[in-house]
Design a protein around this ligand. Structure first.
Ligand code: GUN
Length: 291
């Protein structure tokens, strides 16, 4: 057996086409979607992601308002920028790129984002709705992108066993909630999990969001499982995932590659969230939809 390689670039391109059509409809109604972006600090990867996000937004017709406060900014200074974006009627989605410099309290900044402009789905209210199993208007972009890859690749979720490795607020935790909401039986693993390979081998769907390049080998994978690789480590200037592809590909049923798997979906889902928030707040009045 050799895994079916899930083409995240192709899926992301089709999500972007759908978003572009919705941007056209909203713009015709006089409600061109706008995305506010805050990038603070000297993290090179963050600067690259923000540049890509801006490029894609503009390709889709979304207006971008980008702020780059100095790296030594205080929590209050970043909150002020966010609060001004909250009040700006032309901004529908707000993205504060993480990580923020160490002196800034990320929770205080995220809590300043209006829940109905929370393009990242990281506000406690939106996260809480997701945790309650209520229809959350927006969901954190990377896990939302992973779910879209599962859906569009026909990977069954109802009754499936899923294992998520990583417990971050931005990927692991919302990913586990989304899988539960999709009727999976979910186990969350982390750096203190005992006998991680054995737990992972129970998974029909294995999501690796650890940040350790190549750690997941065939030993961790049940034959035929779907393996979603969220890793984005830089090794010798090259992007590497958490999965050792050469080892896992002969065993898995499906596999997302790095690059070209989850990464393009994160950006596409950010655009989707921004347009959904625009439609809900000042456009057609339609509630946000799935892509
Ligand atoms: N840093 C890495 N990924 C993300 C993301 O999805 N959103 C934000 N705000 N920061 C990130």
């Amino acid at each position: 057996m050799s895994a079916l390689i899930i083409d995240g670039r192709a899926v992301a391109a089709s999500v972007r086409e759908e978003v572009k059509a919705r941007v056209g409809e909203l713009t015709a109604l006089g409600a061109r979607p706008g995305l506010g972006v805050v990038l603070c600090g000297d993290d090179a990867a963050s600067a690259t992601y923000v540049r890509l996000k801006g490029q894609v937004a503009e390709e889709l017709g979304i207006r971008v308002d980008e702020r780059r406060p100095p790296a030594d900014s205080s929590t209050e200074a970043i909150r002020e920028i966010v609060l001004a974006m909250d009040e700006d009627d032309g901004i529908d989605g707000i993205l504060v790129q993480l990580p923020l410099p160490a002196q800034i309290d990320p929770d205080a900044v995220m809590a300043a984002v209006r829940p109905d402009k929370d393009a990242d789905g990281l506000h406690p209210l939106n996260f809480g709705l997701l945790a309650q199993g209520a229809p959350a208007p927006v969901v954190s972009c990377t896990p939302a992108g992973c779910m879209e890859l599962l859906r569009r690749s026909g990977v069954p979720t109802r009754g499936s066993r899923a294992v998520v490795i990583g417990r971050s607020a931005i990927v692991g935790r919302p990913m586990a909630m989304l899988l539960v909401n999709a009727d999976c039986t979910v186990t969350m693993c982390h750096s203190r999990t005992a006998d991680l390979p054995a737990v992972c081998r129970t998974a029909d769907i294995l999501v690796a969001a650890i940040g350790r390049p190549g750690m997941i080998t065939a030993d961790y994978v049940k034959p035929g499982a779907c393996v979603i690789d969220v890793g984005t480590s830089s090794v010798d200037g090259k992007l590497r995932g958490d999965v050792d592809r050469a080892s896992v590909e002969p065993v898995a049923g499906w596999l997302t590659p790095v690059p070209g798997g989850v990464g393009p979906m994160t950006i596409a889902m950010l655009m989707h969230n921004t347009v959904s928030l625009c439609a809900a707040r000042r456009g057609s009045g339609q509630p946000p939809t799935r892509p």
